[in-house]
Design a protein around this ligand. Structure first.
Ligand code: IPD
Ligand code: CA
Ligand code: CA
Length: 254
């Protein structure tokens, strides 16, 4: 199997287990006061990593729960076994499995699977972004006041305060606000033209890597608050349909 087939097989297999688990009481423990680790996080991660290792034993991997295994490979997998674990634990549909691949430091593949709706998002560098095989394009909206803006919580309380502080300053400049609780699915919605903007202060690469590939391949733009390209160690992120990205950065930084 090639890299794309392994990634798709992995997210679908993991998603199936999550759906199974969600039929009963969700088992979880607390990571800290504001975050949890569900049985589904670990089961999904195990399935994905086992499949990758079977086909590509020498590749490097970063996965949210297991951390980083650096094998000095030119290929680097970035995994969020469940993005939206709190939603998963409360049986809210907004959760997904997210897998991305970098080749020589550049994102080349992003795959997101939302099991409840059987939605498979796939983006390959230079080849476009697709939802269940249908090509995706970001929205055409170019007026800030017509845009839908999204952000998210974080388990860091200072991060939360920062995000909602920015929101309080910007909420009257856009049509409406959405906070769905899965970074990856927020980006999938921007790639699909359903949302126009997403920002978040506090950044983990596994939340965003696959979504970044989707948004870029659907014609959108992704930077940090300073307008720089995102890297594994970025501290914040701004995603848009690309029409007025600079204007958005100015407003968020105001
Ligand atoms: C969380 C989700 C959420 C974001 C949190 C993340 P998790 O990921 O992406 O949208 O706001 O900061 O931690 O913990 O469900 O993988
Ligand atoms: Ca996540
Ligand atoms: Ca996660």
């Amino acid at each position: 199997m090639d890299i794309k087939s392994v990634a798709i097989t992995a997210v679908k297999k993991a998603g199936k287990i999550l759906l199974e688990l969600s039929k009963s009481n969700i088992r979880y423990e607390k990571k800290n006061k504001f975050d949890i680790l569900a049985e589904g996080d670990l089961k999904s991660e195990r399935i994905i990593i086992d499949l990758i290792k079977k086909s590509f034993p020498t590749h490097s991997i970063l996965s949210e729960e297991k951390g980083e295994e650096n094998n000095e490979s030119e290929y680097f997998w970035i995994i969020d076994p469940v993005d939206g674990t709190i939603n998963f634990s409360r049986k809210i549909n907004e959760y997904c499995v997210s897998v991305a691949v970098e080749h020589e430091g550049e994102l080349v593949l992003g795959v997101i699977y939302q099991p409840v709706l059987d939605r498979l998002y796939v983006a390959e560098r230079g080849k476009g972004a697709f939802l269940n095989g249908k090509k995706l394009l970001v929205s055409n909206e170019s007026k800030l006041i017509n845009m839908l803006l999204s952000t998210d919580n974080t388990s860091s309380i200072t991060g939360r305060a920062k995000n909602f502080g920015i929101l309080a300053r910007t909420c009257n400049k856009v049509r409406h606000i959405r906070v769905f609780g899965s970074s990856a699915l927020h980006l999938a919605k921007i790639a699909s033209g359903n949302l126009d903007i997403h920002f978040k202060s506090r950044f983990n690469y596994w939340d965003y890597a696959a979504g970044i590939m989707l948004v870029k391949e659907a014609g959108g733009k992704v930077t940090d608050f300073e307008g720089r390209d995102i890297t594994k160690s970025s501290e914040n992120v701004v995603v848009s349909n690309g029409k007025i990205h600079k204007e958005i950065l100015d407003i968020l930084n105001d």
